[in-house]
Design a binder for this molecule. Structure first.
Ligand code: SIN
Length: 326
């Protein structure tokens, strides 16, 4: 019997992985120049894999936003609902990968794998890491599909991270990602061999329809720091009133274990009194903010401020994310 291997659909969104510069030694480059089809052509060792591609967006991921998330979610759903599709791979910029990965982790409600990858060097660089990362992502997707694994993961520099925990931890190292204290799920060797070390976390299953609104609730991030007097929050409240946009939530990236300067705390309290939801995360890279009895503002657990913003938006949309504090 001819057993066909499952199709892997590769969705392109741009990023440095698709970036080009003037030559191999050029450290300056433009992100999001090459199509996902062109990226795959540069990857050796994928013959025999049934690949399909879609270009969902072509952006530097610093410009990621609701509309691209909606388009991406739609393509993921369309792909994963097809019986012959085993997995989706997404090429993304590194800068907001942690937000997209976390969002998709929360939304995913189909029992198939979604694998994100990216690169820290442009495609034209002598140190280009995109081809290897893309090969690794496709290999992980294939194997995970054949083993019946489901969930959102990210593969960078040969390491497999859980989508709910992955974050950018270095501004220029090739191995720029970590799990904020959550151990890798596995590894991909130089030869492309994939080893899964840990069970994949279950997808959040809040469902894709959570994105079916034209505009998400406005949730802003503010940082606590020396001299943080809350003027930024006051300005947001005043603007929200004047321009009549709804300010629905604030995530504070607090000091240490989510502590907040008293000046900023007063302004946050005023915001809360006006109906704005306030969550506390930390500006410290590891450890997060664990909930404690008597907490006034909800602790964001292990989430980064950017991920907590996503979780709070989903909650305000009526799609609360269970297990956020894992
Ligand atoms: C981006 O996030 O799109 C640019 C930076 C990168 O991918 O490393």
């Amino acid at each position: 019997m001819d057993v066909k291997s499952p199709v892997v659909v590769v969705l392109g969104t741009g990023g440095t992985i698709a970036g080009t510069g003037s030559g191999p030694d050029d450290v300056g480059y433009q992100a999001a120049q090459l199509s996902v089809e062109q990226l795959l052509q540069a990857v050796p060792g994928l013959h025999g894999v049934a690949l399909e591609t879609r270009q969902v967006a072509q952006i530097d991921s610093k410009d990621m936003g609701w509309a691209v998330w909606q388009a991406l979610a739609k393509q993921i759903q369309l792909a994963l609902l097809r019986d012959e599709v085993g997995a989706v791979v997404i090429t993304h910029g590194t800068d907001t990968l942690e937000e997209t990965a976390y969002l998709l982790h929360c939304l995913l409600d189909i029992d198939k794998p979604v694998v994100l990858t990216a690169a820290m060097r442009a495609a034209t660089s002598a140190q280009a890491d995109g081809p290897r990362n893309l090969r690794d992502a496709v290999r992980v997707a294939e194997l995970a599909a054949s083993e019946g694994l489901a969930g959102v993961v990210a593969v960078m520099a040969g390491v497999l991270w859980s989508g709910h925990a992955v974050r950018k931890a270095h501004t220029w190292h090739i191995d720029a990602f970590d799990g904020g204290g959550v151990e890798p799920l596995g590894r991909v060797g130089d030869n492309g061999a994939v080893v899964f070390d840990r069970p994949w976390p279950s997808p959040g299953r809040v469902g894709w329809s959570c994105l079916d609104v034209a505009e998400p609730p406005r949730v802003e991030i503010v940082t606590s720091h020396a001299g943080a007097d809350g003027v930024v929050v006051e300005a947001l409240l005043a603007q929200a009133q004047q321009l009549s946009f709804g300010l629905a939530g604030l995530v504070v990236a607090g000091t240490g274990h989510g502590t907040v300067h008293q000046g900023l705390a007063r302004a946050l309290q005023k915001a809360e009194d006006q109906g704005v939801r306030v969550w506390r995360s930390s500006r410290v890279a590891r450890g997060g903010v664990l909930p404690r009895e008597g907490d006034h503002w909800q602790a964001a657990g292990a989430l980064t401020a950017a991920q907590a913003r996503v979780a709070l938006m989903l909650e305000l949309l009526g799609c609360p994310v269970g297990g956020m504090k894992d």
